[in-house]
Design a protein around this ligand. Structure first.
Ligand SMILES: [Zn+2]
Ligand SMILES: [Zn+2]
Length: 313
């Protein structure tokens, strides 16, 4: 009898273990699913499961439009983990730019681009190239007499950085899965020697079926000159980094049509008050994100699709 009871208890205990295993497996599944869901892109992100720093280059092309107040600074990470910094905000932007670079584990910049010499684009670039090993620095071929620009160029010479002028029609070697085209300034184009915005480097970065267009501070004249000198269709992009902080002297109607973006990102300080273009883009059905409202913005391009959302203040 006692033996029988003991056998029963043993059997119950054995049966009791099966739900325990199921619970344990369920917990593991829930943890793994949660790890998948943690990735901002909603895509599978193994680093989120296995811990450690988020790996650079996860097969997507990413653009971080860094919240630098009034100014521009975009970090672009290629699908294979190459890095490109387009502009570096003003002299007070160093911490904001460094914050994003460090958080992502960026220690080297393969390419740095000064779209034009205005200080709200190159103010912190001298410190950046000193602190982050830089592969090559691109700039437009224009003379500009200002202290921050001189400091940047002097530092580049001192560091023996490779420097190149960028012209429309050039292609920049970066990641074999991407194509980086320079659309402006047009070689031998007639630009004002006093208006640096006109000289802005306009870039198109292509990945699979997706593209990003970065327009610097190019004005309507520069946009038109660049479009006249480029093959048709080259301005089309899913994501547009809107020129000149959303000012109405840029981003003309023909340009908006040529780009036909799904998303537009505007880098501006809260005091800028450039509403005209962002309103017009929104009216054309473009989803607009502004750094003054949402902080740093991330665009993720998979080659077959695109998502843009706030990265957080
Ligand atoms: Zn400018
Ligand atoms: Zn600017």
């Amino acid at each position: 009898m006692i033996r029988e009871k003991a056998k029963n208890i043993h059997t119950r205990a054995k049966h009791g273990r099966i739900p325990g295993i199921i619970i344990a497996i369920s917990i593991v599944i829930v943890i793994v699913l949660a790890a998948f869901m943690l990735d901002e892109a909603g895509t599978i992100d193994l680093s989120a499961i296995f811990g450690g720093r988020k790996q650079l280059g996860d097969g997507t092309l990413r653009m971080y439009t860094i919240d630098v107040g009034h100014g521009d600074s975009m970090l672009i990470v290629s699908p294979g983990g190459k890095t490109m910094l387009v502009d570096a905000g003003d002299e007070n932007s160093y911490d904001a730019v460094k914050g994003v670079l460090d958080e992502l584990g960026v220690s080297e910049l393969d390419i740095v681009i000064a779209t034009h010499p205005h200080k709200d684009h190159i103010g912190s670039m001298e410190k950046i190239i000193r602190d982050y090993k830089t592969g090559i620095l691109f700039r437009p071929n224009v003379q500009y007499d200002s202290k921050p620009y001189k400091k940047l160029i002097d530092a580049a010479y001192e560091l023996q950085l490779e420097m190149k002028y960028a012209y429309g029609g050039d292609e920049i070697e970066w990641d074999e899965d991407c194509r980086v085209r320079v659309l402006a300034p047009v070689k031998d184009g007639v630009y004002s020697p006093d208006d640096m915005n006109e000289w802005s480097i306009i870039l198109r970065i292509e990945y699979g079926e997706n593209a990003i267009l970065l327009a610097g501070d190019a004005d309507i004249y520069s946009e038109q000159l660049a479009m006249l000198n480029s093959e048709e269709g080259l301005f089309k992009a899913d994501v547009l980094k809107v020129a000149h902080h959303g000012s109405s002297s840029s981003t003309g109607e023909g340009f908006i049509q040529a780009v036909s973006p799904i998303y537009a990102v505007v880098s501006l300080g809260s005091e800028d008050g450039h509403k005209a273009i962002t309103d017009e883009l929104a009216r054309s059905g473009v989803t607009v994100y502004r750094t003054d409202r949402v902080g740093t913005i991330i665009a993720v391009l998979t080659g077959a699709g695109v998502e843009v959302y706030p990265y957080g203040k």
